[in-house]
Design a protein around this ligand. Structure first.
Ligand SMILES: Nc1nc2c(c(=O)[nH]1)N[C@H]1C(S)=C(S)[C@@H](COP(=O)(O)OP(=O)(O)OC[C@H]3O[C@@H](n4cnc5c(=O)[nH]c(N)nc54)[C@H](O)[C@@H]3O)O[C@H]1N2
Ligand SMILES: Nc1nc2c(c(=O)[nH]1)N[C@H]1C(S)=C(S)[C@@H](COP(=O)(O)OP(=O)(O)OC[C@H]3O[C@@H](n4cnc5c(=O)[nH]c(N)nc54)[C@H](O)[C@@H]3O)O[C@H]1N2
Ligand code: SF4
Ligand SMILES: [Mo]
Length: 691
């Protein structure tokens, strides 16, 4: 394909997928925002600086194989043969489940689809999951249970522009999706966040609960809605089921009890409910702050219950949604890279689903493996007696981003074979046995599905440097060396998409009516889109919910404490999250000078009194310690913090990893780790004997 001078595409980072136009200038690639509806001419600092990613100094340009402890450049055939031989040997000795695959929510739809197919067919393994488990799984579990389908926002972002009131539970879009804030300009915001974030600064009402207590708060808000007479009885009767049981649970959460557990004053609780109930147009949105808990799925269910009681979901100008995170966080969870799923958001243990997908793949249904382990459980099992002995990583950097990170790094090093496909030497790639250099956004074609369920085209501007190949070519190359027919693993994204359309047909996330032609003609297509005349579905649930009876389900949920609560040795709660200028594990953004200058190092936010008691002053290094270990970070004294809580961003490597603190507790339903609560103590780093 020739190089172009300019293309319309989308930002490589988050799920907002801001529209951009890239142009090749004499001095490199320049980016401009387009008038795309989600960003309408806006970009955040990461989007503006994204072209720098295309030529970072240590861009991977050759396959690397570890020899005598060193990663050395080799040609592609050698690298792929080393991988294929290793996989064959391990499979031969230990069976197909001895090979694991770890995918990512940043992969295009085509890559996510082909990765799932490759795992189930070429490797025959059940052991595939992806980093979206750390991101979307709690909201997905609760959304599926309540509505019968899981799409982050069941309405376009632009609908928020007409809102009077928006409740944001554990989301900080002023830093994590800045251009989204223009759609919230005319709304009064209710923000639930233990920290006074940039988003909370814009709020009409900021509720500041202790981390891990959101479910008590949600139950308390439902309690107030019932007692103060705000429940929309008509809607509850005609569009939902299960209210009586949910209501009964909420009745024990009277406001004073909620205040004792969460720290949110009774008056503020009442005000929040009144604001939502009295608004003509109101939305409830959740983010990772409410979701990344060992009770994350129930917590989201609690907020959905509140939204249902107030009659919001599935009505024009109202709704519930979850702010999906990664660039293809939505599509990434629909095409079969999740342990329990097949394409079209089908379940892998459903006989009809297996038959349909096996038919498209041209194999017998019984050859498809069953469900595998969830992301953390997969990482935790690596190199153990029953766990995988080889792992292929496509699109994640778990050495930095997985919970209990020191343990995960040990598990990775216990493998016989670790293979990482990436375009930069991430911390995980640096510890691999084989590193495969791949193309990135502006060097490839494909589709992404943004947080509104809208399918978008990623377009190629230029050729990759050196010997980088696309992930699709890598999968093809490995598959044929494993003895698979090559035609099963097309390398042209459009061909993969055509197959994905057929595989998704009739599923919940039905893409069968979506084509590159329609997308290239500028059509806005939100799934489900079951045929080529279908206009797509920007708004779900307006007539009915996706359960067979058309009704939404209340969930009768009960609050429980996080896996760890503060006690004598670890008297504080550490929570974690994001800053504007860094993205995720930082593998990409820490390589962009302007972003690194804006957010150069790990830090810990702490209340002045708490800092005083710990003998800490602003700007010095602190050691934060949990039952797992310690992280070192620079102290930021912040007057608006809760005195019982500290905050660390998770974007930094080495001893600054926030995930050295986080533990192995998982939500029983979604298998989401408890990223947002660890019991810790904090002390000056200089007084601690290194070791
Ligand atoms: N700049 C930037 N933008 C990003 C990303 C990034 O890494 N950097 N990542 C993208 C991805 S993948 C995702 S998932 C999204 C995430 O987007 P957000 O959900 O907005 O991000 P977080 O910072 O993880 O969490 C949001 C807030 O939750 C709060 N919080 C912590 N504990 C609790 C709690 O117990 N209860 C409540 N209610 N709140 C709590 C934190 O203080 C934080 O302000 O962002 C996307 N956009
Ligand atoms: N403590 C704490 N930990 C967290 C969170 C938190 O809030 N707190 N949030 C969690 C959440 S929500 C998320 S989403 C995860 C994210 O954490 P990670 O999964 O580590 O995400 P990234 O840093 O985006 O890593 C993606 C890697 O894949 C590479 N990559 C990008 N695109 C492609 C591609 O198309 N192909 C290939 N082969 N490689 C690609 C990038 O260069 C990078 O090295 O972190 C989780 N970890
Ligand atoms: S908000 Fe997300 S998609 Fe938009 S420019 Fe920033 S990182 Fe890119
Ligand atoms: Mo995420």
């Amino acid at each position: 394909m020739p190089e172009l001078r300019t293309v319309a595409t989308h930002c490589p980072y988050c799920a907002l997928q801001c529209g951009t136009r890239l142009t090749r200038e004499r001095r490199g690639v320049s980016v401009r925002p387009t008038d795309f509806p989600v960003n309408r001419g806006g970009l955040c600092q990461k989007g503006w600086t994204a072209p720098a990613l295309l030529d970072v100094a240590d861009r991977l340009q050759h396959p690397l194989v570890r020899r005598n402890g060193e990663l050395v450049p080799v040609d592609w055939d050698t690298a792929l043969r080393v991988v294929a031989d290793g996989l064959q040997r391990i499979r031969g000795e230990h069976g197909p489940d001895a090979v694991g695959v770890f995918g990512g929510g940043g992969l295009t739809n085509e890559k996510a689809y082909l990765l799932g197919k490759f795992a189930r067919l070429a490797l025959g393994t059940s052991q595939i999951d992806y980093n979206g488990r750390f991101c979307m799984s709690s909201a997905a579990a609760a959304g599926n249970a309540a509505f019968g389908v899981d799409r982050g926002l069941p309405f376009p972002v632009t609908d928020l522009g007409g809102a009077d009131v928006v409740l944001l539970a554990g989301a900080n879009p002023a830093e994590t999706m800045p251009p989204l804030m223009q759609h919230l300009r005319s709304a009064r915001l209710v923000v639930i966040d233990p920290r006074r974030t940039a988003t909370a600064e814009r709020a009409a009402l900021h509720l500041q609960p202790a981390p891990g207590t959101d479910l008590a708060l949600a139950l308390g808000l439902l309690h107030i809605a019932v007692v103060d007479g705000w429940v929309d009885d008509d809607y509850v009767d005609t569009r939902t089921t299960g209210f009586a049981a949910a209501r009964q649970r909420a009745m024990t959460w009277w406001p004073e009890r909620v205040e004792r557990v969460t720290g949110v004053p009774v008056t503020a609780q009442r005000q929040a409910v009144r604001m939502l109930a009295e608004a003509g147009s109101a939305y409830v949105l959740t983010g990772r702050g409410a979701e990344q808990h060992s009770n994350g799925a129930d917590t989201v269910a609690g907020f959905i219950d509140l939204a249902l009681a107030l009659g919001l979901p599935g009505r024009p100008g109202r709704g519930y949604g979850c702010l999906t995170g990664q660039g293809n966080g939505q599509g990434g969870r629909e095409h079969g890279q999740k342990a329990d799923q097949l394409p079209g958001y089908r379940m892998i243990d459903d006989p009809d689903a297996r038959e349909h997908v096996a038919g498209v793949w041209g194999v017998a249904p019984e050859t498809l493996p069953g469900p595998g382990r969830s992301a953390y459980e997969l990482l935790d099992a690596l190199g153990t007696a029953n766990g995988p002995r080889a792992l292929l990583v496509f699109g994640s950097n778990p050495v930095v981003s997985a919970p209990n990170a020191a343990h995960v790094a040990r598990r990775l090093s216990a493998l016989d074979l670790l293979v990482v496909a990436d375009f930069v030497p991430s911390e995980t790639a640096q510890s691999a046995d084989v590193v495969l250099p791949v193309t990135q956004w502006a060097e490839e074609e494909g589709t992404m599905t943004n947080l509104e369920g809208r399918v978008l085209r990623r377009r190629r501007l230029q050729v990759p440097p050196g010997h980088a190949r696309s992930d699709l070519e890598v999968l093809h190359g490995l598959a044929v060396r494993l003895g698979e027919p090559g035609h099963r693993y097309p390398t042209r994204p459009r061909e993969v998409f055509e197959e994905l359309r057929r595989a998704s047909a009739g599923g919940k996330a039905d893409y069968s009516g979506i084509s590159y032609e329609r997308l290239d003609a500028g059509q806005a297509l939100h799934w489900p889109c079951p045929d080529t005349e279908h206009p797509g579905t920007p708004r779900l649930f307006l007539d009915s919910f996706a359960h067979p009876d058309g009704l939404a389900r209340f969930a009768a949920v009960e609050h429980r404490d996080p896996a760890e609560t503060p006690q004598r040795t670890f008297p504080l709660t550490a929570t974690t999250g994001r800053v504007l200028a860094q993205y995720q594990s930082g593998a990409q953004t820490r390589r962009v000078d302007e972003l690194n200058e804006a957010a150069p190092e790990p830090f810990v936010e702490i209340h002045p009194d708490t800092a005083d008691r710990a003998g800490l002053t602003d700007g010095e290094l602190a050691r934060v310690t949990s039952a797992r270990g310690s992280a070192v970070a620079r102290v930021r004294v912040v007057g608006t913090m809760r005195t019982d809580t500290v905050f660390l961003p998770f974007h930094f490597p080495g001893t600054g990893r926030a995930n050295l603190l986080t533990g192995d507790a998982l939500d029983p339903r979604s298998r989401m780790p408890e990223f947002k609560v660890s019991a810790v103590r904090i002390e000056p780093a200089r007084e601690v004997v290194p070791g």
